[in-house]
Design a protein around this ligand. Structure first.
Ligand SMILES: *Cc1c(COP(=O)(O)O)cnc(C)c1O
Length: 332
């Protein structure tokens, strides 16, 4: 696939490492586990949105924007990283935060919220859960326009076909890296949220005929709802790239069993997974995405869903700053 024809900004210095999780594999006594360390990507505190923003911010600059506008939950990693990209580019950034859990917005909260202020966010608008976020961001863009400025709206999670190219590129990075390492990967597992990561990886592996399945662990939706969203975005991403053969619906696999009571709400599996990874591998997961995705992988291994000799690559999509906003429930 020819990704070089899409304008791109550079926030990444090179491939992120693939680490073998020897202690975790031993503890679980199942497949051989590896981790793609996208938590170590450049820009403040790392994470998956950086790969998507490389393409999306390039478009914002091409359109002459002076301000990035985006939205997310109150501890959004995506908002933190959009702001970080804006700072890098000398742009302003305005955020619309959705209070998905009533009463969850605390202007003095730690974690990503602290980083919004530290990096000099221009404006934070908090709206109730279920608000029309597109309309909210459009109204921010209108008020900028009235002041002679130009905003560029980035949809939640930067999960547009253009943003998903970041994970098509990551799939290609994984293929070339594992080839160099002499490592056969049988399955990739990632958290599946706004779906750009999952869809981009699927299209990247599919478009390269790699036959590597991608399993998504949901963080907010049921299996059916999430699979439909991933399949739709994968189709539009493939179309943007000109991939000729359509991705079959059967290639999209999501598990909805690890969401718990809802998005961003703790589960006992998440707490266990965060502690296990910290104590076996000294790797920091996050409470909202990777902690739940890891809880899902651990549970599926315990249930014998994978072959013992399989090599599984878990994509660590970042999010560790949110740990500090959840310290109380993660302390023994
Ligand atoms: C946004 C996010 C995800 C989910 O990625 P999507 O592309 O939105 O599905 C996973 N992990 C972390 C840490 C995130 O911030």
């Amino acid at each position: 696939m020819n990704l070089a024809r899409f304008p791109r900004r550079r926030y990444i210095d090179g491939p992120t490492p693939i680490h073998e999780l020897k202690h975790l594999s031993q503890l679980l006594g199942g497949p051989n586990l590896f981790m793609k360390r996208d938590d170590l990507l450049g820009l403040a505190a790392g994470g998956n949105k950086i790969r998507k923003l490389e393409f999306v911010v390039a478009e914002a600059l091409a359109q002459g924007a002076d301000t990035l506008i985006t939205c997310g939950a109150v501890q959004s990693n995506h908002c933190r990283l959009t702001l970080a990209a804006a700072v890098r580019e000398g742009l302003k950034c305005r955020l619309v935060l959705e209070e998905r859990v009533p009463g969850s917005y605390n202007p003095k909260a730690s974690g990503n919220n602290f980083l919004f202020h530290l990096m000099g966010v221009e404006e934070i608008k908090v709206v109730p859960g279920g608000s029309d976020m597109t309309a909210q961001m459009e109204s921010v863009a209108e008020s900028l326009a009235a002041a002679g400025r130009k905003g560029y709206i980035i949809p939640g999670g930067a999960s547009t076909p253009l943003g998903a190219l970041g994970y098509v590129s990551c799939a290609e990075e994984i293929l070339s890296q594992t080839f160099d390492m002499g490592l056969r990967i049988d399955r990739v597992i990632c958290a599946s949220g706004s779906a750009g990561t999952h869809s981009g990886l699927l299209v990247g592996f599919w478009g390269n005929n790699s036959n590597i399945p991608v399993t998504g662990i949901n963080v907010s939706r049921t299996r059916e709802a999430q699979e439909a969203i991933v399949h739709d975005l994968a189709g539009r991403t493939a179309a943007l790239l000109g991939v000729r053969e359509t991705l079959p619906r059967s290639a999209v696999e999501c598990f909805g069993d690890y969401v718990g009571p809802g998005y961003s709400l703790p589960t006992s599996g998440m707490v266990e997974a965060v502690k296990i990874l910290a104590r076996t591998e000294a790797i920091l997961m996050d409470p909202v995405y990777t902690g739940k995705a890891m809880a899902g992988m651990i549970d599926l291994i315990r249930k014998g869903r994978f072959q013992p000799g399989e090599n599984i690559l878990f994509v660590h999509t970042g999010g560790s700053p949110a740990l500090y906003a959840y310290a109380e429930i993660l302390t023994d």
